[in-house]
Design a protein around this ligand. Structure first.
Ligand code: NAP
Ligand code: GCO
Length: 294
């Protein structure tokens, strides 16, 4: 009946269409449906623009219902417009992820409107580039609060619902500085290094409840956060840091927020159900490379 020279995928697609029998396909082996997020409720923190926005866009394309938050009303309004322009009906809330009461309120609002959260992406984050000896303890604490304490607060707020539902996915947005130091980013590196270990600890504590907690470690990505590092010099030449990053990246370029889409969908989907406590570095090869030889 079937031409067995067709690829397995094409044969399965024909079975799917002709027999309308999804179960059979699942029984026959792996299907691309494992990467779908249909009906899942995803909360991506700080997804008004940048990496979070791209991840939300990818989740929506995979079928998820999207909630996001940020602190600034103007960012919220602009983001709602940007989501609408892409055909995405996203729910937006105003709230600071480092404030426990605001997080609890946002989770209540999202759950009332969209249902219990299946996927949390701890994306909201800030950086302060200041030499350590010039940094105040208050500024250091603020970075730790937003980049490390907030992911704990948000995870704590959604895990009970995930336990009740019998599954959950938490993705923490880590960094190259989860592994490597660099001048002027002591607070950020301490927070992102800690976030890597929070990721492993959530996996250790809640893996038994069918919750997978993984991290994504983006390389250098062109977003508003890294804009100062890419600014043209007064003579029109490229910023020295920009040149340094391109030379340090085997891919030979900065990453785009879109480069995070596939890895995020993978870690949010059933395709990664046995991946837990892992940090997936999406860095164009930076961590594999010692640097250009003289
Ligand atoms: P971004 O362009 O600065 O965007 C940050 C987003 O987070 C904005 O929507 C911002 O909106 C929101 N936000 C910041 N603080 C918040 C808070 N306390 N509560 C709620 N929302 C908050 O940053 P990005 O480059 O997309 O980075 C996103 C994440 O990836 C961050 O965790 C960052 O550290 C990490 N990362 C970035 C890179 C990179 O190269 N860009 C690389 C590795 C890791 P409001 O200002 O309106 O709150
Ligand atoms: C910096 C950058 C980095 C990146 C990213 C690297 O000043 O070094 O902003 O910290 O944002 O986290 O993975």
């Amino acid at each position: 009946m079937f031409n067995f020279h067709l690829t397995r995928f094409v044969r399965l697609s024909i079975l799917y269409k002709v027999l309308d029998c999804k179960e059979m396909i699942v029984d026959m082996g792996f299907g691309m449906d494992a990467f779908r997020l249909d009906g899942k409720v995803a909360w991506i923190t700080g997804a008004a623009y940048g990496i979070g926005f791209a991840i939300a866009e990818a989740f929506a394309a995979a079928g998820a219902r999207i909630a996001f938050n940020c602190r600034d009303e103007r960012h919220l309004d602009k983001a709602l417009e940007d989501y609408r322009a892409k055909g995405i009906d996203a729910m937006g809330c105003i709230g600071d992820v480092s404030d426990e009461a605001q997080v609890e309120r946002m989770v209540r609002e999202i759950e009332a409107k969209l249902g219990v959260i299946d996927i949390l992406v701890n994306n909201a984050g800030i950086i302060r580039r200041v030499p350590m000896l010039e940094m105040s303890a208050a500024d250091y604490r603020q970075v730790i609060d937003i980049d490390l304490v907030a992911p704990f607060i948000c995870a704590k707020a959604v895990i009970p619902g995930m336990i009740q539902k019998g599954h959950g996915k938490i993705i923490n947005i880590c960094s190259m500085t989860s592994e490597l130091g660099r001048e002027t980013v002591s607070a950020y590196a301490a927070a992102k290094g800690g976030l890597k270990m929070l990721t492993r600890n959530i996996c250790s504590e809640y893996g038994g409840a069918n919750i997978q907690c993984n991290g994504i470690g983006p390389g250098y990505i062109a977003t508003p956060q890294t804009e100062p590092l890419r600014q043209r010099q007064p003579d029109g030449s490229r910023h020295p840091f920009d040149q340094f990053i391109v030379a340090k990246t085997p891919a030979g370029r900065w990453g785009e927020a879109e480069d995070l889409m596939g890895p995020a969908v993978f870690l949010a989907s059933d395709a990664s159900n046995f991946v837990n406590g892992h940090i997936l570095y999406v860095d164009g090869g930076i961590l594999a490379y010692i640097g250009k030889q003289p």
